[in-house]
Ligand binder design. Structure first.
Ligand SMILES: [Zn+2]
Length: 341
């Protein structure tokens, strides 16, 4: 054992003892990087995948060799898109910092797919391969994409409708998803003119951040007319099916273009409603953007549902009905100070 340090006898064990003391000392006095890591861990508490990705980054031997300043910079970069792909990129970046000659494979996805501006590329060791089999650009695990035809790089997280799957070959020689995101609004529901623009903007921001955290969300419901709401209310009461709402026509914010429902995409890009902790994170992100989240309601909780009505409560939607009867959606939005469409 002593020969590891090139020493022997007493001086060897003394050296081992010293390094142990140093490491204990580091634990008792947290560095700026330790503090930042704890902040991120607290912030991401409701997204277990993001917390695990953070742990993968900080457990990386190359990351551990960075200076404290470099570690803080890596953690800040991680927080921009806290997911396993970003963590993998930053592990590669740490290796490169320690050895500038290295080109670690962790910097780029080994496989996957990207659909951008209607064009689909397959990913092969960081290269984007077009339908014609030619290299059309490059992609990194931090989500940066550079198409040959573009003058500047862009991020896969810029547009909530970007389809991206970044995959990496694991130690088990199997391909694993680092990130797998499908188009979040394939039916253009947030572009519906009956959805208030401010509502659409806040929903987009919520979903955009969720996607950066590798949560594959999708808009499944937007505006609903008073008549449609009455039909939905009848379900499970005077019509077949199970009860899905307590709101009669005019008492749901959906009726005024101020509510949206989301689901998660499953691995095949189909809407699903998994029973997992990510709903809480979604609700947390929505509330942080001044939206009301149905998951916080008593009685029938509605975790997919977010709504926006500054100054009014969730149960006060019906007070908007006279304005709606008189001047339609623009009058409702005007009364709430939300401007035009
Ligand atoms: Zn809803």
């Amino acid at each position: 054992m002593d020969s590891v340090n090139g020493t022997s006898g007493t001086s060897g064990s003394s050296s081992a003892h010293d390094s142990q003391s140093a490491s204990l000392g580091a634990q008792s006095a947290p560095t700026a990087a330790d503090t930042r890591e704890q902040e991120l861990s607290d912030e991401l508490e409701n997204n277990p995948d993001a917390v695990a990705a953070l742990g993968a980054l900080t457990a990386n031997p190359s990351y551990a060799q960075l200076s404290v300043e470099q570690q803080v910079a890596a953690l800040d970069a991680f927080n921009a898109a806290p997911n396993l792909a970003t963590a993998t990129y930053l592990q590669g970046a740490a290796e490169q910092t320690l050895d500038p000659q290295a080109t670690p494979s962790a910097l780029t996805p080994d496989a996957g797919t990207l659909t951008l501006d209607g064009q689909t590329y397959s990913i092969r060791n960081g290269e984007l391969i077009g339908a014609d089999g030619q290299v059309a650009g490059s992609i990194r695990n931090d989500g940066q994409v550079q198409l040959n035809s573009d003058t500047a790089p862009r991020s896969v997280y810029d547009d909530i409708n970007t389809r991206v799957q970044m995959r990496e070959l694991g130690p088990d020689q199997q391909m694993h998803d680092l990130v797998n995101l499908h188009a979040a609004d394939p039916n253009g529901r947030l572009d519906n003119p009956s959805i208030n623009r401010e509502m659409a903007r806040l929903a987009t921001e919520t979903i955009s951040r969720a996607r950066r955290e590798a949560m594959d969300m999708r808009v499944v419901s937007d505006f609903r007319s008073v008549e449609e709401q009455n039909a939905l209310y009848a379900q499970g009461r005077t019509a077949p099916g199970r009860i899905v709402t307590n709101a009669t026509g005019g008492s749901s914010w959906h009726n005024y273009g101020l509510a949206v429902d989301v689901a998660f995409n499953n691995a095949n890009g189909q809407p699903s409603w998994p029973d997992n902790a990510h709903w809480d994170r979604y609700g947390e992100l929505a509330v942080a953007r001044s939206l009301e989240w149905g998951g916080n309601w008593r009685g029938i909780t509605d975790r997919p549902h977010i709504e926006y009505h500054p100054g009014l409560g969730a149960g006060e939607a019906r007070t908007m009905l006279p304005a709606y009867r008189q001047g339609g959606l623009p009058q409702v939005w005007n009364n709430l100070g939300l401007g035009g469409p």
